[in-house]
Design a protein around this ligand. Structure first.
Ligand SMILES: N[C@@H](CCC(=O)N[C@@H](CS)C(=O)NCC(=O)O)C(=O)O
Length: 205
């Protein structure tokens, strides 16, 4: 396979999904770090060469660039146990990955970013006004996950898949966005199972 380079900010859960997928599969990745707080993904060079959408993560495969965390995880995991063979189960993995991007990440990750990295004092009035709605939507996503995991170990089937990796990335640090994991016991037990996977690597920051 061509050399794989992960363009990332180590504080980003979206980037961590790709690093975790590669680690679980034993795939070596080179790393290129950016500081998103300094606008390093918004430079003309980055927009022209790496991602016209101005965001990390981007997985570079040789001279090709693949933005979007879940697409990059899919690229790495096709043909492995992290993507089931069964047609329905495969679509069910995608279902949870889309749920993660639409219902979970915009709420759970955004509050973590605002409260931990930007800081409440530096939020705009518009951002402050969005906090209650994003908190309610994040809690709804975590509750739905908790109900799904009651009585089962993994989101799809009987082993870890990309559905688990996509949802793990920001759930395990949700307390940094002031969500309370104690409210979600099945999610908490699942987080422990994820951390116990062979070749698991923690998030850098
Ligand atoms: N849907 C994208 C989201 C990417 C994204 O929002 N990246 C953030 C960091 S997690 C970013 O690059 N922010 C910097 C910016 O927007 O300038 C994915 O899953 O990869």
């Amino acid at each position: 396979m061509a050399e794989l380079i992960l363009h990332q900010d180590p504080r980003s859960g979206n980037c961590y999904k790709i690093a975790l997928t590669a680690a679980l599969l034993g795939i070596p990745l080179s790393i290129r770090d950016y500081d998103i707080m300094q606008g390093e993904t918004r430079t003309p060079e980055f927009l022209a060469r790496v991602n016209a959408n101005g965001r990390i993560p981007v997985l570079q495969i040789g001279d090709r660039f693949l933005p979007e965390s879940n697409a990059a995880c899919w690229f790495l995991a096709q043909g492995s146990d992290l993507v089931p063979d069964d047609r329905f189960a495969q679509a069910d993995v995608l279902r949870w990955m889309f749920f993660e991007q639409y219902n979970h990440e915009p709420n759970v990750a955004t509050l973590r970013f605002w409260l931990r990295f930007v800081g409440q004092d530096r939020l705009s009035e518009a951002q402050k006004a969005q906090i209650p709605a994003r908190r309610a939507a994040g809690e709804a996503a975590l509750k739905l996950m908790d109900e799904h995991l009651a009585g089962r170990d993994w989101f799809v089937g009987t082993g870890a898949t990309l559905a688990d990796i996509a949802l793990f990335a920001y759930t395990h640090v949700c307390e940094q966005g002031c969500f309370a994991l104690d409210d979600y016991p099945a999610v908490s037990a699942w987080l422990d199972r994820m951390c116990a996977l062979p070749r698991f690597v923690p998030m850098e920051s």
